[in-house]
Design a protein around this ligand. Sequence first.
Ligand code: PMP
Length: 426
Amino acid sequence: DGTARRRDTYYAATLKKFVPFRDPIVFKKGSMQYLWDAEDNKYIDLLGMNVCISVGHSHPTVVKAAQAQAADLTHCTTMFYHPVPAHLAEELAATLPKGPEWVVHFCNSGSEAIDLAMTIARTHTGNLDLLALRTAYHGPTAAAQSVTGISGWRHPGMPGNVAIIPEPNQYRGIFGENAGAAPYLDEIERTIATATTGRVAGMLVESVQGYGGIVAMPEGYMSGAAERVRAAGGLYIADEVQSGFGRTGDHMWGFEADGVIPDIIVMAKGIGNGFPLAAVVTKREIAEPMAEKFLFHTYGANPTCCAAGRAVLQVIREDNVQENARIVGAELLKRLEDLKSKHKAIGDVRGRGLMLAIEMVKDHKTKEPDRETTAAVFEACRESRLILSKSGPNQSVLRMVPPMCLSLDDVDEVAEGLDRAFSGLG
Ligand code: PMP
């Protein structure tokens, strides 16, 4: 129908780089964890359309809520009162740890929210220096790029005052396998002492890194990082864009695994189940100094997107979504471990809940990343109608972040499809 030709002609080069399969798939329909292409082939969407689809493609509760709101009043800009975003702010605050007085600033995308979190931290503390992790991904805007450690995502002209520090990767981090949190926490202290003014604005941490290749923060890291950053005058900023909304299975928010209460929490993707919506949630006193100047996003708190957001929270509350992520994720991880013992291309399998990954290596000792095998398995999975994502700084990780309604039957299909893909490597 000309879609591929039009896309290839009119999309800019950067976007074309992401055409994932050798022959393009044109999608036309989605329902829950499944997608259908123009030829009516059915796929399991293990990518959740980039982690945006939290409760299911075109989930009827979400679609109904957004349709009703769009028909009533599609848009009402942030400076006016509207019940839907006000309700959503209250409901989001209720999902967070008790104690602080949480306040919400709505915007449209994860990177906008990251930019805003950086500005809030710098305004509140009066400090400029921020810390971020080497395999972090925080978004495409200039400010979000500046805290994105992976070099392939960094372009000329990013703002400065950012110190990039080693990620506590328990498979291939600089301190070796299963080194725990301690040496990486020392690294935070060393970095603050040597690469900053000594007074920091904050540190950004994904509770489980997404594009970095599913790197979960080890026990004690998030709370230890918060302690060290606060000692230097800074704030702990949790990027929950991928790891939030119950995806890690055990908790609604990834940071809860470590009992840390962040100063600022960044939410996007799953909050809207595909509708463009994001939020920065912070403590009332931290948000206050921002009010001395103007800042708002034209579409922030858009009632149609916020109606979708409210429906997402309702489905998460009522349909045991987090519990399903925990149970189905644990089973999928078990099946990935079986695959690891069978196929030597697999160096590591890891993750929490429905944030899982397989990492490919050329050699188990040297752990040299195997980008080619990753690409071949990704391509072969298409035959089994599985959509995955190549990620990690070396594109040697297959990431699985499906809609959280993935079922145990799907797990059988995924495990069999992956097995066929690895077995066919030749
Ligand atoms: N933070 C994380 C952890 C992300 O994965 C992403 C997007 N992949 C962003 C921030 C940026 O979000 P957006 O693309 O909506 O700007």
